[in-house]
Ligand binder design. Sequence first.
Ligand code: TGC
Ligand code: FAD
Length: 385
Amino acid sequence: MTDYYSISDLLTDEQQLIQKSINEFVEKEISPIIETHAQNCTFPNHLISKFGEMGIFGPCVDQKYGGGGLDYITYGLIMQEIEKGDSGMRSVASVQSSLVMYPIEAYGSEAQKEKYLPKLATGELLGCFGLTEPNHGSNPNGMETRLKKEGDHYILSGSKMWITNSPIADIAVVWAKNDEGRIKGVIVEKGMKGFTAPEIHNKWSLRASVTGELVFDDVVITEENILPGKDGLGAPLKCLDQARYGIAWGAIGASIDCYETAVKYASERKQFDKTLGSFQLTQKKLSEMLTEITKAQLLALRLGQLKNQGKASTSQISMAKRNNVEMALNVARTSRQILGGMGITGDYPIMRHMMNLESVITYEGTHDIHLLILGADITGTPAFV
Ligand code: TGC
Ligand code: FAD
């Protein structure tokens, strides 16, 4: 495991143990099968219950609801190890933990927490998160999905786009505007009349992860399925803080897999009777990649410390998500070059990571949106309005 600055020395015994067990799980259960799933655009369904058994779903959720009750550095390490296997598998884990379990725990009623959280923790239920719409991606506040009051119930109408897990999810945490124009969180269950979740096909990225739409054709919603704890755009954005934090760690995992593959290849492959690793230009590439990975690890660890103290700000999270995903994409591109022609094949994980990271740099706030969140924090003037 690449750890040039002995960052593991700063971890507790429990954090190291959990990281090791997830690392072993990924090497046994994900890495051997993921390339085939990505090539075939299939999702390894059987992993859902295994993720549940490993405590990957809701590691920071309270134990009384089936969660792990763990700290945020441990959560980050789990995301890093899973994304070493594949960003799409980390997507499943982060959507379930940060975008489904988190809002139910943070904004849900006691009855909602008891009904959904334990089953989400074991993987008996799979969830998805619907914020993005066909006409509103970076600007979710413009959403057109409506939750209209009618007598003693509500009518949900509209659609969501680019939703991770939607075609296979049992429940969807959906964000819609009520009659007062306030954004509310709604738990929509599979099988509700008027609710469908068609799959989006033809992706060159996150091919082992299922992505789809959410379509609400006048779905009847009762009060018991509305999250009572918080409304307004801040409610979904707070969930995004959780998930973006996990991605800042996860991307490091993908970069380490690419870097370690390149180091190994450079030590074995010979040209001009010398290993690639003996050429100065290859050494420059490897040295720069290791430096950038190490900087990203330190950024993530410090962010984790702040998060554990309840002090990590949205813009600090944006800085780390933006930096670490761009770093991972650059490491993937450079590693691919070190492998020459072999780098484009599925015999190595690099091209898959690279294509996955093109989604990771776009979802959970695009690269540019995170720059603007930082810019707004520095200057006090948001540039997106
Ligand atoms: P703005 O006026 O800045 O804020 C509106 C209200 O929200 C509050 N707020 C936050 N609250 C909690 N946490 C945060 N991070 C918050 N950021 C803002 C803010 O204080 C305000 O509250 P109030 O009470 O004053 O009303 O909102 P804006 O409309 O100007 O938009 C800001 C912007 C552009 C930064 C935001 O819309 C944004 O982040 N856009 C990007 C959208 C995005 O990231 N979508 C992700 C969809 S989910 C996804 O991609 C999942 S992929 C999962 C996977 O597979 O891993
Ligand atoms: P747009 O908002 O149309 O942006 C296009 C480009 O314009 C980007 O480069 C952007 O940075 C730029 N841009 C936009 N506004 C500005 C501005 N003000 N200033 C400068 N540049 C700007 N969403 C969910 O809700 N749930 C999910 O589970 C989910 N999973 C996803 C899975 C995948 C595989 C993908 C690809 C996306 C997923 N998304 C999900 C959606 C994702 O969050 C959006 O794609 C993302 O927020 C960007 O929205 P958009 O695609 O509509 O791009």
